[in-house]
Design a protein. Structure first.
Length: 402
């Protein structure tokens, strides 16, 4: 069957499965193999599947994901996050209301916004006395402001593998989006917090020390990946060793962290991402999509924005929109094997904004329920921030990358 038609069919099946609440790991598996079966004969299907699963790139991706998840779980299990929360108690409450969700966002995990929601419930409702809808918006939005710049985010790791570049090179293309979402969120949240009581809590040097003790592992990651531009795998190995030496986790904490890192569904998703990439590259569908866009006279940047936007809206996963759209758009993102920063920025902007507004986002659903907030009212704040972020993002992208 024609690869382009096969791609459309497989994506439609993916969207339907997700809407039917089938687990994303199983949805990806079904849609990936459906695409392969429709495009390849048996021999090519087996060959592409084998290479996609056992290539060096795939093994590097497996290792990077496992290390990133282990590091995140280890920090949570040894109490590093608790130290940060305790330290934040000595800082302005309004600042803490916005800052703490962003700190939790440094540890990528499914439904992570619920973690910060539990931590901040008293601050939002008792100290600041804001509504559940406003609390949901603040917690959800600022939980996700680091998606395009924090090296541990799976989408950045996947993008670096698919584009065959280092993580810091991807970040150099996507950082304006983080600036835009921070500014877009603040434009909405500052009027909300202006009338609340944000007085300083009673602070002590012990609280500030706890804040520093919790933050240092994150600073090490920043120095290694963004400062020294070390490969993400080597950076994670170093920071995991240092964290283990300092915190000395017991066997139960190590076991719990390993269990989180070797989550079978996450490993299945990684495998499907790389198999799908192999199918797309060898089917020629990326070239067909490019030719179709040119023949229809569609603006290239519109295609770059809409493909990830559509996938992100339907699947709600940051790394899923990268995994499913970047192989298809590879000729636009890296023409001639050389990355195009502005093209990568546009594709990422579409994907990130769609994930922030999709109603099936796990973080949003969990926070709405926990704060007993009305979806329609909460979306007023989310959509307004999204519009601000889109406008600011495009302006920053043109100024900084074009």
């Amino acid at each position: 069957m024609d690869p382009l038609i096969s791609l459309v069919i497989s994506l439609l099946v993916l969207f339907i499965l997700v809407l039917k609440k089938v687990d994303i790991a199983y949805s990806l598996t079904i849609s990936t193999f459906l695409f392969g079966v429709l495009v390849f004969n048996v021999k090519d299907l087996i060959g592409n599947t084998y290479y996609g699963l056992f290539s060096i790139s795939t093994l590097r991706l497996f290792l990077a994901f496992i290390l990133a998840f282990y590091f995140a779980a280890l920090l949570r299990n040894v109490g590093a996050m608790d130290k940060i929360v305790k330290g934040m108690s000595s800082i302005n409450k309004k600042f803490a209301a916005v800052f703490l969700p962003s700190v939790v966002g440094l540890i990528p995990m499914p439904g992570g916004a619920l973690v910060s929601a539990v931590m901040l419930r008293d601050l939002y409702f008792n100290d600041l006395e804001i509504s559940g809808e406003k609390a949901t918006f603040i917690n959800f939005w600022f939980r996700h402001i680091w998606v395009t710049v924090w090296p541990l985010y799976q989408s950045l790791i996947v993008a670096s593998i698919l584009l065959n570049v280092k993580v810091w090179q991807v970040i150099s293309c996507t950082y304006p989006i983080s600036l835009a979402t921070i500014a877009g969120g603040l434009l909405v949240v500052l009027p909300i917090l202006r009338s609340t009581d944000g007085k300083l809590a009673e602070k002590s040097s012990r609280d500030l020390k706890a804040l520093a003790e919790g933050f240092w592992p994150f600073l090490i990651v920043i120095v290694l990946v963004l400062g020294l531009r070390l490969d993400i795998v080597y950076s994670l190995i170093i920071v995991v060793i240092l964290t283990s030496l300092v915190y000395r986790p017991d066997k139960s904490k190590i076991k719990s962290s390993l269990k989180f890192a070797f989550n079978p569904k996450i490993l299945l998703i990684i495998a499907m991402v790389m198999i799908y990439k192999e199918y797309v590259m060898n089917s020629g569908v990326n070239l067909k999509l490019y030719s179709l866009a040119i023949s229809l006279g569609l603006p290239i940047y519109l295609v770059l924005f809409l493909v990830p936007f559509t996938i992100g809206l339907a699947t709600s996963g940051e790394f899923v929109f990268v995994a499913m759209s970047f192989p298809v758009l590879i000729n636009l993102l890296a023409p001639g094997g050389i990355i195009s920063p502005f093209s990568i920025f546009i594709a990422y902007l579409g994907g990130v904004l769609s994930v922030l507004i999709t109603p099936i986002h796990l973080c949003l659903a969990l926070t709405l329920k926990y704060f007993n907030a009305k979806t329609s009212i909460t979306y007023r704040y989310i959509l307004l921030s999204m519009i601000f972020s889109l406008i600011l993002g495009l302006l920053l992208g043109v100024l900084l990358l074009k």
